[in-house]
Design a protein around this ligand. Structure first.
Ligand code: GLU
Ligand code: MG
Length: 441
């Protein structure tokens, strides 16, 4: 009975799949989806499913940040590829989609396409790129309040074993969904959890981040829990990061090791780190631009809120991880500033694009800060940490437009300004309450 062009239908039917989801992640960082019955999979891949262009400017709540160019008229399609399909729970398969126009051309606001463009730009320079992702999140009770009230023990064997049935189900479900989980642990913050994913090509990694959020959220609900991917779920509590690790190689091998620069950096590796640091003020609105993000970007939170780099420095925006026997994936730079309110495709595109720009311009690597930047004598460039300043910097930035297109920057500014206008004047605890579940999948 299956579509002759789509043997996938027969395989999925045998696996008990009845409906197929195709998702896109919007500029507020929220993932949205349309579903078809399995028999319509062919239409999802060939024509796509219709969505309003306003999907890109939906906000963290039910608001829509219409812009002069994005209104109520027009239509786009979510298109998926059968190769990306994964079974995410009984009867349901999912694939990450692209936003396309009715002729199949990528829509200007498609962030997955934007990351693919950055990936191609690296390939055009003869560079292979790998990205790894860490997902920090907070377990909540079913009513979205705190999951536990007893004292927490960071990375505690007690706090993890108390949840072992959930963690076992999580590891099994993640493997079944095709995720390559590197580590799983309870984190520093109360009820906080972290799952890290093995490095892969950038689009594959951003897809895996969305899949991992779906798996985390769904498995948690089977155990009477909910998961918050808010940068700060409760005012005053530890924040959730969405750190990305980046490594680059050319025909001669890795750029971040094997050279005679600091910690073995090759010249282009040093330029790449310099490029990432150079664009931080312009791109903080991409990496950590939500109304709740500034509550996390504080000294002492290991959130990388200072524009500097340093070997294994967890307070630096860029933590350098050297090639050692303890690090089988090789040297990489970790951008700690990113939080889970960011669209992972866009954050990865900005991160990679900035590194390539640093290489193109042979940018000088600033002095390393090897210690806590708050106690260092070495001066750093201030970052626009408050949301209004971050958005102003991004809106007027030539670099942001160059790396992400001015259409994306304008739409991103619109959704984040909506947050500022709606919630910006509220006390922090109220802001945290309002968006605690905004990024849950
Ligand atoms: N939770 C911290 C953050 O907000 C990161 C802690 C860590 O380094 O793992 O980014
Ligand atoms: Mg962590």
């Amino acid at each position: 009975m299956g579509d002759p062009d789509l043997p996938a239908v027969d395989i999925l039917r045998e696996e008990g799949v009845a409906i197929v989801a195709g998702s896109v992640t919007d500029l507020a960082g929220v993932t949205r989806a349309k579903y078809v019955p399995l028999s319509r999979l062919g239409a999802f891949t060939r024509s796509g499913m219709g969505v309003s262009p306003s999907w890109s400017v939906f906000c963290v709540d039910s608001g829509i940040a219409f812009t002069p160019t994005i209104g109520v008229a027009g239509d786009l399609r979510i298109r998926i590829d059968t190769e990306d399909l994964r079974v995410i729970e009984a009867g349901v398969a999912w694939a990450p989609g692209v936003l396309a126009d009715q002729y199949g051309e990528p829509a200007v606001l498609c962030t997955r396409t934007r990351l693919a463009v950055a990936e191609r730009a690296a390939a055009d320079r003869g560079l292979a790129v790998k990205m790894g992702a860490e997902l920090e999140c907070t377990m909540l009770a079913a009513d979205a309040g705190p999951a536990t009230s007893e004292p927490w023990s960071p990375y505690g064997i007690r706090t993890s074993l108390d949840r072992s049935a959930f963690l076992v189900d999580l590891a099994t479900s993640a493997e079944r969904a095709g995720l390559s989980v590197e580590q799983l642990h309870t984190e520093y913050g109360h009820d906080q959890l972290e799952m890290s994913l093995a490095p892969d090509t950038p689009v594959a990694t951003a897809d895996a981040v969305i899949l991992a959020r779906i798996v985390l959220s769904r498995v948690a609900s089977r155990h009477g829990l909910r998961i918050s991917f808010s940068p700060v779920p409760f005012d005053g509590a530890a924040g959730n990061g969405a750190h990305l690790h980046l490594s680059l190689s050319d025909a001669d091998g890795p750029l971040l090791s094997g050279g005679d620069g600091p910690h073995g950096l090759r010249a282009d590796g040093a330029h790449a780190i310099a490029g990432v640091l150079d664009t931080l003020p312009d791109l903080i609105g991409v990496y950590a631009g939500s109304v709740v993000s500034p509550l996390r970007l504080k000294p002492g939170n290991w959130a990388g809120a200072t524009a500097c780099w340093g070997l294994e420095n967890r307070e630096a925006a860029v933590r350098f991880v050297a090639a050692t026997p303890g690090n089988p994936h090789g040297a990489n730079m970790e951008l700690k500033l990113i939080d889970p309110s960011a669209n992972p495709y866009l954050a990865a595109a900005a991160f990679l694009g900035s590194a390539l720009r640093g290489i193109d311009r042979a940018m000088d690597l600033p002095e390393e800060i090897p210690e806590n930047p708050a106690q260092s004598d070495i001066a750093t460039r201030p970052l626009p940490l408050a949301q209004p300043e971050a958005l102003d910097a991004m809106e007027t930035s030539q670099v942001a437009a160059e790396l992400l297109t001015s259409d994306i920057v304008d739409a991103l500014v619109a959704v984040r300004r909506y947050e500022q206008k709606t919630y910006g004047d509220q006390p922090p605890a109220q802001i945290c309450d309002a968006v605690r579940l905004a990024w849950t999948c």
